[in-house]
Design a protein around this ligand. Structure first.
Ligand SMILES: [Zn+2]
Length: 348
């Protein structure tokens, strides 16, 4: 079980990054992965802080989480041999930093600038354009530095997306339990409870999250970190990723322009909750309240791509038993499902 050793959360705490690195013994060199935009939000400042502390810093700007970018970062790690890799930004930069550092056997520190998904603390990452469009094992961050002063400034759809990724745990846990009952798959009560507790706390805070209040975003941040820890405890992404994630991965492959991960999971959760005979209307209401997309239109994805993704989802990860294996959606039943939950227009 790999868990983060230190989690620093607070208002204006970015400056602790250099102390943290030194305490871990990373006093000589560091490599920073950041983005064209997040470089100005936090990347540059962290680089300056580390340099002021006498650490030799090199950096790279990446804009997407592709195998090519991971290889480019790996090349830099091989050449520069840094003691630690820091991923500073949203999902993409953290994923690229996490996987490249894991492959090169270098510790990794996660510095999220938004609360859009649970990859900020999990040992998993997902790359675009891979033959496996779902998450793969990388490594758990050694530490997480989350500055709420930066996080509150991110556009609201990031937090709404984070809520979608959290609410997804409701159907993910149902799928996990189903796999346990039908296939005798290992089911970890502790990891499942931890993920469910995160959903409960986030649902209680949707009003504050919607308003972009620091208190609400902190709940969401802690929930996303707890979910990352739940995956570490389970040793798989099971407690956090079920049929709703398979739907999102299928959309990534099918839709010409995919939406954010958590936004797609938001819509997926509503439909998978319907298949599980859960209270999908309550879930939808909460997601609407927080401003997460609940329809194809809000995702800006064609209804046809939603239907095709629903049909494709069960084949994305054949070994993962979910409700989709039981329901085996055809074009007709997929369309009915999307209509019944209001994801696509009933008149279509
Ligand atoms: Zn997710």
């Amino acid at each position: 079980m790999q868990l983060p050793r230190e989690v620093v959360i607070g208002d204006d705490i970015l400056e602790f990054t250099s102390d943290l690195c030194k305490r871990f013994g990373f006093c000589e060199s560091a490599f920073v992965v950041t983005g064209p935009h997040t470089r100005h939000i936090a990347g540059r400042r962290v680089i300056d802080l580390l340099e002021d502390a006498g650490i030799d810093v090199n950096y790279i700007i990446v804009s997407s989480s592709t195998e090519k970018n991971v290889e480019a970062v790996e090349g830099k790690i091989k050449e520069l041999k840094p003691q630690v890799v820091l991923g500073i930004g949203g999902g993409t930069k953290i994923d690229v930093a996490k996987l490249s550092s894991a492959r090169q056997g270098v510790p990794f520190i996660s510095v999220p600038t938004a609360v859009s998904h649970d990859g900020i603390a999990s040992p998993f990452c997902s790359l675009k354009g891979m033959n496996k469009p779902y998450s793969i094992m990388a490594q758990s961050p050694m530490a997480i530095v989350a500055d709420t002063k930066i996080i509150v400034q991110a556009p609201p759809h990031f937090a709404a997306s984070g809520c979608g990724d959290i609410v997804a745990k409701l159907t993910a846990i149902r799928d996990w339990r189903l796999a346990h009952n039908v296939r005798k798959e290992y089911y970890g009560e502790y990891a499942a409870s931890l993920a469910l507790m995160s959903v409960r706390l986030v649902l209680k805070s949707v009003d504050m999250i919607k308003l972009g209040m620091e208190e609400g975003l902190r709940v969401l941040l802690e929930a996303l970190i707890s979910c990352g820890v739940a995956m570490s405890i389970a040793g798989s992404s099971r407690p956090c990723s079920g049929s709703e994630h398979l739907f999102s991965h299928a959309l990534d492959l099918i839709a010409p322009k995919a939406a954010m991960h958590g936004q797609q999971c938001s819509v997926g959760t509503i439909m998978m909750a319907y298949l599980h005979k859960m209270d999908w209307k309550y879930i939808k209401e909460k997601l609407q309240k927080v401003g997460a997309p609940t329809t194809a239109e809000e995702l800006r994805i064609e209804p046809e791509h939603i239907i095709r993704a629903l049909m494709r989802a069960r084949r994305i990860r054949p070994e993962r038993y979910t409700i989709l294996k039981e329901k085996k959606l055809s074009r007709d039943s997929a369309k009915k499902l999307a209509k019944a939950t209001g994801v696509i227009n009933r008149l279509m």
